[in-house]
Design a protein around this ligand. Structure first.
Ligand code: SF4
Length: 332
């Protein structure tokens, strides 16, 4: 029986990977460790100001070094982190430094998983990652030859090993080949990600004949149906556990939960977190031109201070403003 649900997507069997369990409540920080990558997938959803650039981010916050990564991960009270890119293995020394620092500062129970194509992997590199404290590795084998890296990870390390590939019409046979090989190797899970239809990949997707789904904005039409077929096929053949991750789940649930967590934990006394993962506060001006900040719930009490602006911002360190509107605080 295929289990369907808004939160877990569609699961063919077996437990979700630990990294996925922590993603849902937004408890994982996303560390974009480098934009460098040796591949050029037509479906790559990474924004073009990140891809192939030597940049680093934690969630939406640019960071410049390992210490700043730890500060930013701590700021959101994360229980784990996912390391992504580009291909993180093109910056292996930085990856190892980040994993070690996170484990030293946040404890060995802090769960870390990493995505890679496996192109740059060797037994030595994989063992180094494991020794540094990496808990889970997910391969995106853009070329079936890279499945040898998956096999090395299973045979030569104690990490949880999974495969994560995009799914859309036309990729069904490729996905089945990957799942058959994954089952032979003995991976813990295979995740199928609904292919996203977003600004960075929209032109190349159109050139391949894909269209954006009308029913499911920002996804490729037919990706959901293809995923369901593959999940059912894997279940019927008793293969490795295959999970389906719908794109809207990733964007609207995981990301919003992560931002809510950050907004709640990192708020100042005058900020109020919202359900959308933003913060709001009031800026109140007196007749002499003085401005003070105030908690939005307090402005009714501030007689004589007017007018008032309500500001809404993302919980980034610099509080990136989204909107402002005037609030009439004159006592009636
Ligand atoms: S391997 Fe990943 S980051 Fe690199 S081009 Fe492909 S999808 Fe983009």
């Amino acid at each position: 029986m295929i289990e369907k649900g808004v939160f877990k997507g569609v699961v063919s069997g077996g437990r979700l990977a630990r990294g996925c369990e922590l993603c849902y409540p937004g408890a994982k920080a996303v560390i974009f460790i480098t934009g460098t990558c040796d591949d050029s997938c037509f479906y790559c959803p990474v924004s073009r100001d990140r891809l192939y650039h030597e940049v680093m981010f934690v969630n939406e916050e640019p960071v410049s070094g390992v210490e700043e990564v730890v500060v930013e991960v701590t700021r959101m009270g994360a229980m784990g982190a996912s390391i992504t890119g580009g291909d993180p293995l093109t910056a292996i020394d930085r990856v190892v430094d980040v994993i070690r620092s996170l484990k030293e500062n946040l404890g060995y129970g802090f769960h870390i998983h990493l995505y890679t194509t496996g192109r740059q992997a060797s037994v030595e590199v994989l063992r180094t990652l494991w020794a540094s404290g990496l808990d889970e590795i997910r391969f995106h084998p853009v070329d079936l030859r890279f499945l040898r890296s998956v096999e090395w990870a299973v045979r030569h390390t104690g990490m949880s090993v999974g495969i994560e590939i995009p799914i859309a019409p036309g990729l069904e046979e490729w996905a089945k080949k990957v799942i058959l090989e994954a089952s032979r190797i003995g991976v813990s899970f295979v995740n199928l990600n609904e292919m996203e239809f977003v600004e960075p990949n929209s032109t190349s997707l159109r050139l391949k004949g894909y269209r954006e789904s009308r029913r499911r904005p920002f996804t490729v039409e037919g990706a959901l149906e293809t995923a369901l077929k593959v999940v059912g096929w894997a279940r019927d053949h008793n293969l490795a556990p295959v999970h389906f991750c719908p794109a809207p789940f990733k964007d609207s649930i995981q990301t919003r939960n992560r931002m809510r967590r950050l907004a709640t934990l990192d708020r100042s006394w005058y900020e109020k977190p919202t359900n959308d993962g933003t913060v709001i506060w009031a800026e109140v001006r007196n007749e002499d031109g003085t401005t003070v900040v105030a908690h939005p719930d307090l402005i009714r009490e501030m007689r004589g201070w007017k007018p008032t602006t309500i500001v809404e911002a993302h919980p980034t360190r610099g509080r990136l403003r989204i909107s402002e509107y005037e609030y009439d605080s004159t006592p009636s």
